[in-house]
Ligand binder design. Sequence first.
Ligand SMILES: [Zn+2]
Length: 219
Amino acid sequence: MIKVKKFTFSSFLENTYLIWDESSKETMIVDPGCYDSYEEKELEGFISSNKLVVRYLVNTHCHIDHIFGCRFVKENYKVPYYAPENDLPLIEQFDKQIEFLGMELKINPPLPDHYISEDLKLKLGKTEPVFLFTPGHTPGEYCIYFPEDKICLTGDVLFQSSVGRADLWGGNYDTLLQSIKTKLLSLPDETVIYSGHGDESTIGEEKKYNPFLAEMNMW
Ligand SMILES: [Zn+2]
């Protein structure tokens, strides 16, 4: 069994996730968007009070709101950092992202130690998530699916009643819809989705109610 804890951080209301295996407490931190020391302490406090053992830092994609906390996590927990190779330009040009958003911010995000691929195997106890290549919101985004627990972290690809925007830094709307159709809507309907922003949903609910998918008559 895996467990999920969601934090919502920064003015972007970005969802940061801790995913851990209940018996071994081995933990993956996904998309740490903690923006200041208050939010870093919130994340750190939960990890220590639940005695979680942090093993991996993973980014679904590398938009700025999803990488604010990467350096903190990397330095604090000394864990390997996995991110999509195609999103590397986003990390390297984070100052352009900041400028575009009209922010004044000095961050120095780390570069990944490893790239994600669909063959990547990262174990949390006996659980092994599946990495699904789902480009479109960014050129490199991956969703993270836990088949036994029927949970999928969908990053900024699929939201409750919405889909990711595709008009920024190499995004492509057709590619995005194709990713959703082939990689996400093919998951079991009861799969719970945890998105990069907003509330949880299920694949079945999104098939029924997501207006962006209904318009496309996708299945
Ligand atoms: Zn994004």
